[in-house]
Design a protein around this ligand. Structure first.
Ligand SMILES: Cc1cc2nc3c(=O)[nH]c(=O)nc-3n(C[C@H](O)[C@H](O)[C@H](O)COP(=O)(O)OP(=O)(O)OC[C@H]3O[C@@H](n4cnc5c(N)ncnc54)[C@H](O)[C@@H]3O)c2cc1C
Length: 601
């Protein structure tokens, strides 16, 4: 079987960089130890090796599709995958003991899910969507809603979804029109349509629990009038039976990638008999949904890193096996050709991928850790972790998706012509990954969130916290003679970043909001380079420490040398782009606020 991820890198992140073991000091996680975590991750790998990866190509070639009359066909293996993942607690494992879970840290849950994402990303989403939807019910639902819906979701029998998008309300959820009319019986009568709903219908689950945003009849316009509802496809009735709830799948979307993952069009209440149950309080739906959306954004970022990881591994293996050409300077045509991995340009493409993929995965793991700490810590520590998570979430989502596109494209390039053929998996990774910059909020929307909200939230407190947090790594690196130069570079890039923001904020202070936000995506790009450089320095500090001490009990010497080398590569080849972003952002004379779109003809 080909290698689709690096378990060494995953363990390095878990135990040496982000210290999952530190969490065990908190009561909530005190039942865990390193050995248990390592065993669970190995079990997840075995499951992915057996149930997921062998079907990756086949499920792309036999995609989910609409079979008529509300039925969506999915590959028979999907049911096995969902049920076996559920049995290993990879749906409900994060929940507390009293709610049937194992009180696993998000770090551990997502370490397993990284393996699933790299093995067969089109199937992993079914599992994590159910986790997210179930947790939303647990956090904001009534005890009755929890006991009715969550157990079958944890067992993998019922699929959870998040149903936000409507034909006229994609990026702009303000414009949601699905309507919920209260009834005397306690439920709401639902009418409306949702499009692009992932896992909204397929043949691997018996029921579907749609966590749906709708507007209670008469609610105020805009986001303040949006409520959250549970709308099952089949509603439970007394005696434990289920009856059809007038949720009809009108079709599916055939897509460029993720062809194993159903994307559906749902119609609620065509026969005026669709019932929904309000979750929490009226008109607070969006704030509740944000919990799921934030987790999903980190999840999409991590998936992008995982898919690019699989593409990197495939191209690395190919580069070692494929012979072509000779070293520059070798004039004898009778000498055998060398493996292409010996050519500097191929090494450049591989190092670029490694630096993007491993850096992005490290940032995702950082976010998982912050989410765990925000959950168990208290007081000022909890607030600090929450702020850091807020600011890093749009960055991990966007960096991984955008640079993942570049990285998987380079994986194809390493294979040359074969990379473009269906005989090798890199084209599938490339196709699968393309969606990551679109769903869960496009790059444009994430960038507006970062510059328009996160950078200035609580008087810039989140950014101050991030700068201080990065400062810890910079100080640690400055203490190693081998890393001092890179510590100084990161500090100066961080300063440049802060100064760029200060300049931009002047537009906002002058009331020129459109100008302030016009190049938010460029600002996001800059943030990505700086934050990933920080992750690389963090990894280099740990690696250098191991190299200095000669302790190679956890990983090999060359593994650690590879980390330091890739950090240097990232700082030399990738990080300088941050300065170019700053130049674009600060240049007078804005080019992207055209009054005449005829200029684009
Ligand atoms: C495969 C797939 C799965 C999906 N799964 C789900 C799901 O499970 N649940 C769900 O609810 N939705 C889902 N979606 C919907 C997805 O979240 C939306 O497609 C996405 O948010 C973008 O909305 P849109 O397609 O309407 O594009 P639009 O909103 O029309 O955006 C088009 C372009 O305009 C830009 N743009 C829009 N508004 C602004 C603005 N104010 N400022 C700057 N630029 C702007 C965008 O960045 C984008 O580049 C899925 C979509 C796909 C394709």
């Amino acid at each position: 079987m080909s290698r689709y991820t690096s378990m060494e890198h995953l363990r390095f992140l878990l135990f040496e960089i982000h210290g999952v073991q530190d969490l065990f000091a908190y009561d909530y996680f005190s039942h865990l130890d390193n050995e248990q975590v390592a065993m669970m991750i190995d079990a997840a790998k075995a499951l992915a090796d057996r149930d997921m990866y062998p079907y990756f190509k086949e499920m792309d070639e036999q995609p989910v599709h609409y079979a008529g009359k509300g039925v969506v066909w999915s590959h028979p293996q999907l049911r096995t995958i969902i049920l076996n993942a559920a049995a290993q607690s990879w749906i409900g494992g994060e929940s507390s003991f009293d709610l049937g879970g194992l009180q696993l840290p998000q770090m551990v849950y997502n370490a397993a899910h990284h393996i699933f994402q790299a093995a067969n990303n089109g199937t992993q989403g079914y599992i994590s969507l159910t986790t997210g939807a179930a947790r939303l019910i647990q956090n904001y639902g009534s005890p009755e809603q929890i006991s009715t819906f969550v157990p079958p979701m944890f067992e993998g029998r019922w699929q959870g979804t998040m149903a936000l998008t409507e034909p006229q309300a994609g990026s702009s959820l303000t414009d949601i029109t699905t309507v919920a009319t209260p009834t005397d019986a306690g439920y709401y009568q639902i009418k409306g349509q949702k499009i692009f709903i992932s896992a909204g219908e397929h043949s691997a689950c018996d029921n579907f629990v749609h966590l749906t945003l709708a507007r209670i009849a008469g609610a105020p316009p805009g986001l303040k009038g949006v409520s959250l509802f549970i709308i099952p496809k089949h509603r439970p009735v007394t005696g434990g039976e289920l009856e059809y709830n007038d949720v009809f799948c009108a079709g599916d979307y055939q897509k460029l990638g993720q062809r194993a993952y159903a994307t559906t069009h749902l119609v609620f209440g065509e026969q005026d008999d669709c019932r929904g149950w309000l979750v929490g309080e009226p008109n607070k739906g969006l704030s509740y949904m944000f919990q799921l959306m934030n987790e999903a954004r980190i999840g999409v970022g991590q998936t992008a890193a995982s898919v690019s990881m699989a593409a990197y591994q495939a191209s690395l293996q190919y580069a070692r096996e494929r012979s072509q050409g000779r070293k520059v300077g070798e004039k004898d045509p009778l000498k055998p050709p060398v493996p292409i991995i010996q050519h500097p340009d191929v090494q450049r493409m591989l190092l670029t991928q490694k630096s993007i993929v491993e850096g992005a995965l490290s940032l995702a793991m950082e976010c998982n850790r912050l989410a765990d700490l925000a959950h168990v810590a208290e007081g000022a520590e909890q607030r600090r972790n929450w702020l850091l998570l807020e600011i890093l979430t749009p960055i991990v989502k966007t960096y991984s998706a955008e640079q993942g596109n570049r990285s998987t494209s380079l994986a194809i390039q390493v294979l040359g012509g074969y990379g473009y053929t269906m005989d090798f998996p890199v084209q599938q990774y490339y196709r699968d990954l393309r969606i990551m910059a679109i769903y869960e909020g496009t790059t444009g929307i994430q960038s507006l969130d970062l510059l328009g909200r996160k950078m200035t939230m609580e008087n810039g407190e989140a950014l101050i916290q991030l700068a201080q947090y990065m400062g810890i790594t910079i100080s640690a690196a400055a203490a190693h003679p081998a890393l001092q130069e890179h510590a100084a570079i990161l500090q100066s890039e961080l300063d440049r970043f802060g100064k760029t923001l200060q300049q931009l904020v002047k537009y906002a202070q002058a009331g020129e909001m459109e100008r302030y936000l016009a190049d938010a995506s460029v600002f996001m790009e800059m943030a990505g380079y700086v934050v990933i450089a920080w992750q690389w320095l963090k990894m280099a500090v740990a690696a250098q420490k191991a190299l200095d001490s000669g302790d190679f009990s956890a990983q090999s010497k060359s593994f650690y040398e590879g980390k330091v080398h890739t950090m240097k590569f990232f700082f030399r080849y990738e990080l300088p782009h941050a300065a170019a972003c700053a130049k674009i952002l600060l240049e007078p004379g804005q080019l992207t606020m055209l009054e005449e779109d005829g200029l684009l003809d």
